[in-house]
Design a protein around this ligand. Structure first.
Ligand code: FES
Length: 107
């Protein structure tokens, strides 16, 4: 169970014990992390699970699929190298210590 810390735009830290195989979004919502709304339930159709991942985690985080990129094109406060839809990222053991920041629009 990798320990992942979600940080709201206001700076509140929410550490969670994530389950390998669930999505980053599920790790947040099942632990009541504020700001990860996930309105579409993880179907890559709403962008309300938008998060920022530091580019230094690129080696262990799956790449954006085309559908994810299309949804991000409609999201607010997108950062070219850091924005991701957390429902599209499966948790892997290597996420131990991952810090996930939430954009200003996710409150
Ligand atoms: Fe809707 Fe991720 S939960 S796009």
């Amino acid at each position: 169970m990798p320990k992942i810390t979600f940080v709201t735009h206001a700076g509140q830290e929410h550490p969670v014990d994530a389950k390998v195989g669930e999505s980053l979004m599920q790790a947040a919502t099942s632990n009541l992390v504020p700001g990860v709304l996930a309105d579409c339930g993880g179907n890559c159709a709403c962008a309300t699970c938008h998060v920022y991942l530091d580019a230094s985690w690129g080696a262990v985080v799956s790449e954006r699929a085309a559908g994810e990129q299309e949804m991000l094109d409609f999201a607010l406060h997108v950062r070219p190298d850091e924005s991701r839809l957390s429902c599209q990222i499966p948790v892997v053991p290597e996420f131990e210590g991952l810090v996930v920041h939430l954009p200003e629009s996710q409150i």
